[in-house]
Design a binder for this molecule. Structure first.
Ligand SMILES: *Cc1c(COP(=O)(O)O)cnc(C)c1O
Length: 417
């Protein structure tokens, strides 16, 4: 691997190889991460990166786009079919720029938007104060209740009081099904647009494991690199012809220049993979693994927000263990298990060192981990969290983590059958 870099750029070669080894020998439980297939990597590392193609198929500002047009149209066609939606823009560079385009398309600076607070599991771009969305727009946030569920009555009350022009539904750290119908009713009651951000759960939606938002939302945004298992990128979807015109203008020329054609091609590959029977089995296994992991962690005495999960992730409240989220993240990193610290509802601790961690199963499932491996993972996590200061125990756990991980490829071909 990286043969051409080896002699030309030994330093970069070393770092790349080290990162490859880290990915192979570690257990990746960060809920937003995944591994792509070699087919996706092939498209991503292709000569398509050489081409400029500002504009859209058949309306470009550069010549020589006859094949790029076909590639972009192919990605759009596959996305439309998989998500059962009329219009798709596949050009956003990533999830945050996709959300930015929604603001630019539908709002004026200073308009009021409503989204889930970051501490409740929302995303920066849903109105957080340090993001463009909280800087250029007036932002109101709703939160989860003490049990960790979205408080729809609070959402309705806040909407009535502040009359937002746009409401966001969707989250980065919410383990339960979201009631899109209820959000639609609330948005309609105040004449707001409803934007649904399915960045995390897009793969579960196309596999039929989570309700589809397309009949409820004015506009749907998603990343392509989380449960969808494609390259780093994003898509914006809608059934509304007037809205897609505004979205297309907002993406280009509003926010972006030339689309990343190598990414568009890789998205097309990932969408083809996602249309296979094997992808449905993959998505189902992601949820089975998450629910099995949640059960084992509970049996070992850990506390989960909402007591479990409907999807690919869970939130652990570490308060009973007497360690913080940051400490847990660092301890687990010592044994090559990756998670991220995360706030819990009404967290008494600060955001940079909250009381919880977020754990997700999309990446380990791509490698081929099933229930038996998940039980081992739960055991390794609990042993790690209770071994602070015991360097011998931690060394032993790390060895077991590396042994388990190294038995699995980064991408199990069974999901492409
Ligand atoms: C990950 C995520 C995004 C942003 O994606 P980036 O590609 O990191 O910019 C947007 N919304 C939600 C809900 C996310 O989880």
């Amino acid at each position: 691997m990286f043969e051409r870099l080896k002699d030309f750029d030994p330093l970069l070669y070393k770092y790349l190889t080290q990162e490859y080894e880290r990915q192979v020998s570690g257990i990746e439980l960060i809920a937003s991460e995944n591994y792509v297939s070699e087919r996706v990597l092939e498209a991503l590392g292709s000569i398509l990166t050489n081409k400029y193609s500002e504009g859209y198929p058949k309306a470009r500002y550069y010549g020589g786009n006859q094949f790029i047009d076909r590639i972009e149209k192919l990605a759009i066609k596959r996305a439309k079919r998989l998500f059962n939606v009329k219009y798709v823009n596949v050009q956003p560079y990533s999830g945050s720029p996709a959300n930015h385009a929604v603001y630019l398309a539908l709002l004026n600076p200073g308009d009021t938007v409503m989204g889930m607070s970051l501490s409740s599991g929302g995303h920066l771009t849903h109105g957080y104060k340090v993001s463009f969305s909280g800087i250029y727009y007036r932002s109101v946030s709703y939160s989860v209740n003490d049990q960790g569920y979205i408080d729809y009555n609070q959402v309705a009350k806040l909407a009535k009081k502040y009359k937002p022009r746009l409401i966001w539904a969707g989250a980065s750290a919410y383990p339960r099904v979201i009631d899109y119908k209820r959000f639609r009713e609330i948005a309609d009651s105040v004449g707001a647009y409803l934007a649904i951000d399915i960045a995390h759960i897009a793969g579960l939606i196309i596999a039929g494991l989570h309700p589809s938002p397309v009949d409820y939302a004015d506009v749907v945004t998603t990343t392509t690199h989380k449960t969808l298992r494609g390259p780093r990128g994003a898509m914006i979807m809608t059934n509304n012809r007037e809205i897609i015109k505004k979205i297309n203008k907002a993406v280009f020329p509003g926010l972006q220049g030339g689309p990343h054609n190598h990414v568009t091609a890789a998205i097309a590959v990932a969408l083809k993979e996602a249309s296979l029977k094997g992808f449905k089995r993959y998505a189902r296994q992601v949820v089975v693994n998450a629910q099995a992991l949640a059960e084992h962690l509970k049996n070992e005495g850990l506390t989960l927000i909402t007591d479990g999960t409907d999807n690919h992730l869970m939130l652990v409240d570490l308060t009973p263990l007497g360690i913080s989220g940051k400490q847990a993240e660092e301890l687990l990193e010592k044994v090559d298990i990756s998670v991220n610290k995360n706030a819990i509802p009404n967290d008494a601790r600060p955001p940079w060192d909250p009381s919880g961690i977020r754990i997700g199963t999309p990446a380990i499932t791509t490698r081929g981990f099933k229930e038996a491996e998940v039980e081992k993972v739960a055991n390794l996590i609990v042993r790690t969290l209770t071994s602070e200061g015991n360097s011998q125990a931690l060394a032993q756990i790390k060895k077991e983590v590396n042994n388990l991980a190294s038995k699995f490829p980064l991408f199990s071909e069974e999901w492409l059958e």
